[in-house]
Write a protein that binds this ligand. Structure first.
Ligand code: PNS
Length: 175
């Protein structure tokens, strides 16, 4: 037995969060004492949603999946925080997190993620753990969901309903 808290970081842009992300966050929470969902953003790049909106979508999505959020916006063992202008390894060090968790939808994700995992390990020794994404959501990404909404398609079931509605408002001229 050990008293050490096993804290994992689930990093990403989350612009916006999808059910694929929420599945990986929930499964990371089941494997670790604490999970910090790190919304990493570039202030010079205007995303579709503000960082505050992204955080709120994640917090409510996690609360829906894992139970109610407390006053500090924490849901059980999951917290959501925003970072910019920092290396992920420095975020992990500041948070005293010992592992990075990423979801893999397939081999293309693996090819994208492997050099980052190796670089992060090179920089501080931190390990990345890959969770296989739910095959039912293997086609779901924030960018694809946005494209589908922009041209009139329905993304119900791929993102939380409030995210779907916000996407329609934001991206569709008649939204
Ligand atoms: O959701 P995304 O866009 O695939 O997330 C990518 C992200 C934000 C996790 C990655 O770009 C990242 O870690 N950025 C932080 C800056 C950094 O540490 N870069 C070096 C990675 S080896």
């Amino acid at each position: 037995m050990t008293d050490t808290v096993r804290r994992a970081v689930c990093p990403g842009s989350y612009d916006p969060v999808t059910h694929g992300h929420l599945d990986v966050i929930a499964r990371a929470a089941a494997l670790h004492d604490e999970v910090v969902v790190a919304v990493l953003h570039n202030p010079a790049k205007a995303g579709t949603f503000s960082v505050q909106e992204r955080i709120a979508f994640i917090e409510r999505g996690v609360a829906e999946r894992l139970g109610g959020a407390d006053a500090a916006g924490a849901t059980g063992s999951v917290r959501v925080r925003a970072f910019s202008g920092q290396l992920l390894v420095d975020v992990c060090r500041d948070l005293d997190a010992s592992v990075i968790v990423k979801g893999l939808r397939g081999s293309t994700d693996f090819e994208y993620e492997l050099p980052m995992a190796l670089m992060n390990r090179h920089l501080t020794g931190i390990e990345t753990v890959f969770i296989p994404g739910d095959p039912a959501l293997a086609h779901v990404s924030s960018s694809l969901v946005k494209e589908v909404v922009r041209f009139g398609g329905d993304v119900t079931g791929l993102v939380p309903d409030e995210v779907r509605d916000a996407l329609v408002d934001r991206l569709r001229a008649d939204g």
